[in-house]
Design a protein around this ligand. Sequence first.
Ligand SMILES: [Fe+2]
Length: 164
Amino acid sequence: MNGTREMAYAFAALRRAAARKRVYAVRAESRGRRAAARLLRAMGASEEVQARRLFNNLKGRIDLSEDFLDTVFSKELEEILAEYDRQLQLAKAGGRELQVQVLGELRRAELRLRAFYDPQRRDLKVSGDERYYLCPFCGYLATGTVPEVCPVCGAAGENFQETG
Ligand SMILES: [Fe+2]
């Protein structure tokens, strides 16, 4: 395994930790703790750099075989959808309407990613110079042109950003 799995795990942990610090920073800011918020943002930025470096190291180890695509589309994507379903059920049972709405939108954004895989050919549905545009609020990924409004969360198309 060459430590690839462990590095991927560390990468995921760093990304999670960085994201959490951004949330804590917002909370600190709202409580008037500006210095703490600045520190938390800086720490999160540090972890993003660490994650990026690990990612760069991992890139050379990941093989883009059919097995890899199978992992992305049959395992990871379905696991995320199943987790959203589980969380949605809990939120509904708890009467947490805002959470139900957010999770529902995120689930639809993830579900949309299924469309980029052709299970018959076991390959990505991709054309030569396709452009991708991301809704920064829900993660919906548009192709070709920017939609007028995000079909998932309703954000104005002008907010979409082309991905690299
Ligand atoms: Fe959106």
